[in-house]
Design a protein around this ligand. Structure first.
Ligand code: CA
Ligand code: CA
Length: 345
């Protein structure tokens, strides 16, 4: 074992055992003499004929008191954060058992909704009039699809024309969105694991005590009972209540998404001087196209001369639907099973 660790554990053990008899020296050379003897397993691991605390490699300073009658142990007990899968952590040669503390709360990941998928709109509703101010006889000019072209007035002379958008395009397809979230933030039942490494097989100590491996950092020497009760004398320095396991009775309400504000807005038309929605040639009559993007009346008479005139559905209206989430409310708790009490020195 490493020199530094042995010094630390000897000091910790000395403090832990309090009035326990300390015969061995804590001089570094004694600690450094530790060979391959595993202290406390009841086996002469290094084959020198001396087992556990009878072997100077261990020294009697590793003798710890036996468990009082009616209590299991003693154990080296340590609790640490649990990842949900790992088991008890014990020194080589020692069997461990696991209990658990800090049941995980019923907490849920927030609900969310995807962007609206599939929402689409037709081109806006559109009108033209054979007048300069959008008055008089109406020509129904709404087109059904972007890119569609029409020459609404026909091939006859007319002196003037005006147009405007009169409303948003119709919803072509209703959008939908997908809910996510609403899952337990901590699928594991407990946040902490209590590792209890079983002692008691070690030899070489006076009656009433057993040889144990050096105390790991953060560990306590404890005895255990599944019946609760008052801690025995000398074992009251710290108590821990832990559980063999539990039933998961935690739930999250399902997440849902509600589509709201489904509708359409905006869109545009383009007016041409020709009858086929092509830009005008270079003739004296040719005028550039005019875009109409709102409900204000636009005088397009310059394009309606010479009896040619066409409209193009330039942009569809924009779908306005959005989704809001609901649900994901936590409830319930871990139902605890198999309580044990650790009483520690
Ligand atoms: Ca041994
Ligand atoms: Ca030995």
């Amino acid at each position: 074992m490493a020199y530094k660790r042995q010094i630390g554990t000897f000091v910790g053990l000395f403090a832990l055992l309090g009035g326990c008899q300390i015969v061995g020296s804590i001089e570094p050379e004694l600690v450094l003499a530790s060979g391959d003897e595993i202290c406390g397993d009841g086996v002469d691991d290094d084959g020198d004929g001396l087992t556990d605390c009878a072997d100077p490699d261990c020294g009697v300073s590793l003798c710890v008191p036996n468990a009082p009658p009616g209590w299991e142990g003693p154990f080296w007990v340590r609790h640490s954060a649990w990842d949900g899968t790992s088991g008890p952590a014990c020194p080589a040669g020692f069997s461990g058992s696991a209990h658990y503390m800090s049941p995980a709360p019923a907490a849920c990941t927030p609900c969310a909704c995807s962007d609206v998928q599939g929402g689409a709109c037709a081109p806006p509703k559109f009108r033209c009039w054979p007048s300069k101010n959008c008055s008089g006889e109406v020509v129904n000019t709404t087109l059904q699809n972007v890119g569609q072209c029409e020459a609404p007035f026909g091939p006859f002379p007319f002196p003037s024309a005006s147009c405007r958008i009169i409303g948003p395009g119709a919803v072509q397809s209703e959008g939908a969105c997908t809910a996510s979230g609403g899952e337990l933030t901590e699928p594991q039942l407990f946040q902490q694991i209590v590792s209890a490494c079983e002692l008691g097989a070690g030899t070489g100590c006076a009656e009433g005590s057993t040889c144990a491996p050096p105390l790991e950092e953060g560990a306590r020497l404890c005895v255990r009972s599944s019946g609760g009760g008052v801690c025995p004398s000398g074992w009251e320095a710290e108590t821990l209540t832990a559980y063999a396991g539990g039933q998961d009775a935690r739930t999250c309400d399902a997440c849902t998404c509600q589509l709201e504000g489904a509708g359409c807005e905006g869109g545009a038309y383009r007016i041409f001087d020709t009858n086929n929605c092509q830009p005008s040639g270079s003739g004296a009559d040719a005028d550039p196209p005019i875009d109409i993007t709102g409900d204000t009346c636009v005088d397009v008479s310059t394009l309606a001369d010479s009896a040619t005139f066409s409209i193009l559905a330039l942009e569809a209206s924009v779908y306005t639907g959005a989704c809001t989430s609901a649900g994901g409310t936590p409830s319930g708790a871990v139902l605890l099973e198999g309580a044990v009490k650790y009483c520690c020195r």
